[in-house]
Write a protein that binds this ligand. Structure first.
Ligand code: SF4
Length: 376
């Protein structure tokens, strides 16, 4: 079944490390954007006739929790009207801790959101300040508790590691604090400092450094051990979850699935065709208003690219790639084709080849890019 991704590009402030497609919140622009988004979801008569089945809706951003719950309800209603949504559709909304309170969380739950993903990033206030985030650790804890109180039984949080001045023990303090909040799902991201990110200048000015590479590896390995001991099982390079709480939407990206993207900068992949919408918020709104296409970058992937993608993303999962399924779908014996290049990784303990399964070991996940480069 399809996944539906909805991009909400508004933020209350722009974080110094951010490389996402976003802009500062403006109430009038937000109202026009929601109208445009609903119009894009409705599509033309072709969409209305198809009513394709879908089972996930994902509000990503930006900061989707800046929407009014009535906006969220309207967008979900448009999805239900124009797609054949499964009864147990997973509906995720990304939220920043400072942008919610108990009443808003209750209204979002009533609007149909059944999974909430908080951008916590750190439970240490000085780290949050270095990242120019608007919340502090106590606000994050309160938001997680409020979400439980509002009836959410599927709560995820994001943490970022390898932050400026963060040492191994600092990072593990955040991991322990996250575990204490008892989330159902956790995503761990490595901070990437982009060349033109204001954070890069902040780091130079304040002489903040990142820990050595070996420490970053220790951060990752030790965090995974602690999270597993706490009942959060790793299922993807950067993601852990309690049983049955893996992100159904994100699994579509990693299992050669299909999804549609709505909103500025959103991309989708359906039937081997990859499409990307225009990035600019006003450009997107203007094109919808004038009946022009918003997907300006549309291309059919060839068989080699689709296969490479399926292997590349599948290896992110701890369960790895099902080689029998790949053989059936792409008519390729992966092990026979790549054996010479892959065998050294198996010998080094970075990759497991087990019958029809090919999977990275946890050590291999630290060097995933090198292993995956075989398929590129
Ligand atoms: S809240 Fe997220 S999307 Fe918005 S500026 Fe910060 S990192 Fe970027």
């Amino acid at each position: 079944m399809l996944g539906l991704y909805l991009h909400i590009p508004f933020c209350s402030a722009i974080c110094n490390y951010c490389n996402f497609n976003r802009g500062l919140f403006d109430a009038g622009q937000k109202a026009r954007y929601v109208d445009a988004l609903v119009a894009e979801i409705a599509g033309g008569p072709e969409r209305a006739a198809l009513r394709r089945p879908a089972d996930t809706i994902y509000f990503g951003g930006g900061t989707p929790s800046l929407l009014d719950p009535s906006d969220v309800a309207r967008i979900i209603a448009a999805c239900r009207e124009h797609f054949d949504m499964a009864g147990d559709t997973e509906i995720t909304l990304e939220a920043n801790p400072e942008s919610v309170d108990p009443a808003k969380l209750a209204a979002l739950r009533a609007a149909g959101v059944n999974r909430i993903s908080f951008g916590v990033q750190s439970f240490r206030d000085e780290e949050l300040r270095r990242l120019s985030r608007l919340h502090d650790a106590s606000r994050a804890r309160a938001a997680l508790a409020d979400a439980r109180g509002a009836g959410f039984d599927n709560i995820s949080l994001d943490l970022m590691m390898w932050l400026p001045e963060q040492r191994v023990d600092d990072w593990l303090a955040s991991v322990d604090a996250a575990i204490a909040c008892a989330p159902d799902h956790l995503s761990l991201y490595l901070l990437e400092v982009y060349p033109n990110a204001p954070l890069k200048d902040d780091m130079a000015r304040a002489q903040w450094s990142q820990a050595p590479d070996d420490d970053a590896a220790t951060m990752y390995m030790t965090a995974m051990e602690r999270l597993e001991a706490a009942g959060l099982e790793q299922y993807e390079i950067s993601n852990v979850a309690r049983s049955g709480r893996a992100s159904r939407h994100n699994l579509k990206y990693w299992t050669d699935g299909e999804w549609l993207g709505f909103g500025c900068g959103a991309h989708g992949t359906v039937g081997g065709v990859r499409s990307k919408n225009v990035s600019g918020i006003d450009d997107y709104i203007g094109r919808i208003a004038q009946g022009q296409p918003v997907a300006t970058d549309v291309r059919r992937m060839d068989a080699a690219e689709r296969l490479g993608d399926a292997l590349f993303t599948g290896l992110r999962l701890t369960s790895g790639v099902n080689l029998a399924a790949v053989r059936q779908r792409y008519d390729v014996d992966v092990w026979a084709r790549y054996r010479v290049d892959l065998a050294p990784f198996v010998d080094a303990g970075l990759l497991r080849h087990d019958g029809d399964r090919l999977a990275l070991t946890r050590e291999g996940m630290l060097l995933a890019n090198e292993v995956m480069s075989v398929f590129v």
